[in-house]
Unconditional design. Sequence first.
Length: 233
Amino acid sequence: MKAVILAAGKGERLGNVTQTTPKPMLPIFDKPVLEHNIEMCKRFGIVDIYINLHYMSQVFKDFLGDGKKWGVSILYSEESELLGTAGAVKKLSSELKEEPFFVIYGDNYFPKNYNLNKICQKHRNNQPDMSIAFFQLEDVRLSGIAVLDDRDWVSQFIEKPQRATAVSDWVNAGLYLMEPQLLASIPDGYCDFGREVIPQFLEAGKKILGVRMKSKVVAIDTPKLLKIAMSNQ
């Protein structure tokens, strides 16, 4: 199984913090966030990893190299212009066409007990087009949320809702398991999973399954969230 780790963003909401270090390379405890994600992949036997790059790309290459240090193989996908979360995956279509693959947001901190096997098993048992990991969060304003039915099929997905109008507290963990045939349904050019592509999949009748995870994930998008991640190992 393969994984795409998304790492191209500039992290502008972190202000001065990312002027010298790209967001996925910021340290949580003793390691960059991205290194935690690579180690999570390796724990579950995912050794073919693609990482998209744009901002300060050489920093990633100098630190990660070809991945042998972690027992994985890393290939880089350079973007001269940002393609968005979904556009980055579309660009790798020729590498991902043979089997289901993971998409992981490289600036999200996943705790060490995060269980990718649970996602794989539920995906195999239900055979959706796409599975999305979710966890519960009180303040959903910075997240994508989903309405799940009693069998965990996603009926609605809303990116960054207002708290007063939020219809769910199940938020997107930034981790997907996708069937390769979905790649043809992602538009060329810049596009975002949360704002555009997932709602479009639902409208087109694609089967999207939610996997409810107990472990919380921290997206280090702001100084406050970075501090939370550093205090919740």
